[in-house]
Design a protein around this ligand. Structure first.
Ligand code: AKG
Length: 277
């Protein structure tokens, strides 16, 4: 295992033009690699606008044009890509799905969003993913040459049980492609990222799209990399940008030794378990 590696988050501006979105993602991944990134993360629903009509229309079977682009790029550039998420069509269903490729271009993880974003904050924002999306059922922790990485999508990060289970399955980094909005973002984005990192003593990487005011959904932006002590490694505002950070695996070890939260759980008194479905 290597002690350190470099990550980048591409906070791209997603538009209603799929071809342009794919070109933008590719250009930003190339730029990130040229700056030394070994793992690059894209935001939630990066190939089309985040609303139910677009997601239904743009849903892709696997393999499709988006995943083929990611696969080829990972291989050509020799890096890991956590491909944000895209609407995936599988038989009659649509999922919000994140595909991860390794530097050989192999698909090493497919994660389907487990907690669907069905909310109604009166007078502010109403969204009902379950009108078109089906939910995934599998927790995803993937092995890489650096460490184990847990993958979840946006609303999932509000569920401490899922984040903890990923840490218990060995995740030292949790990657969450996400798109909070201008209501829930200012209220909860920063605190949720920080506390999930601190609770689980992981690096927490939250990747948002940039804010597109022409979209019906105004993403909060503010992609962030947080370290296991709750310190910001990198962050940004709502505009298009790439943020970079170093993941230091020895630092995770140090924090976990000095403050042994994972060891101090009272599993004789309470327990968290994964149920087979
Ligand atoms: O939890 C939130 O506030 C935002 C969630 C969201 O936008 C999503 O799950 O796509």
């Amino acid at each position: 295992m290597m002690g350190k590696f470099n990550v980048a988050v591409c906070q791209m501006l997603v538009t209603d033009n799929k071809k342009k979105n794919l070109e933008k993602a590719e250009a930003m991944i190339r730029e990130a690699q040229s700056q030394g990134a070994q793992l690059v993360v894209l935001p939630e629903i990066f190939n089309c606008l985040y609303n139910n009509d677009y997601m239904r229309e743009m849903a892709e079977d696997f393999p499709g044009v988006t995943t083929t682009m990611l696969r080829n790029l990972a291989k050509e550039l020799g890096l890991y890509i956590v491909g944000g998420s895209i609407p995936e069509k599988s038989k009659e269903k649509i999922f919000n799905t994140s595909y991860t490729f390794n530097p050989e271009g192999d698909l090493i993880a497919t994660y389907r969003k487990m907690h669907l974003f069905d909310i109604d904050v009166k007078g502010k924002i109403t969204f009902k993913e379950s009108d078109i999306l089906a939910s995934g059922e599998g927790i995803t922790v993937v092995d890489t040459e650096f460490c184990k990485i847990g993958i979840a999508i946006c609303y999932d990060m509000r569920f401490p049980e899922l984040m903890r289970l990923m840490a218990l399955k060995g995740a030292e980094v949790i990657v969450v492609p996400a798109a909070f909005n201008t209501t829930t973002g200012p209220a909860h984005w920063h605190d949720t990222i920080k506390i999930r990192a601190v609770d689980n003593q992981v690096y927490f990487i939250a990747a948002s799209p940039a804010r597109n005011l022409e979209s019906s959904y105004h993403a909060y932006g503010h992609s962030t990399i947080m370290n296991p002590w709750g310190e910001i490694v990198a962050t940004t505002n709502e505009e298009e940008s790439i943020i970079y950070g170093e993941i230091d695996l020895d630092y995770i070890k140090k924090v976990r030794e000095e403050l042994p939260l994972l060891k101090h759980r009272r599993t004789d008194l309470y327990r968290l378990e994964i149920l087979e479905k």
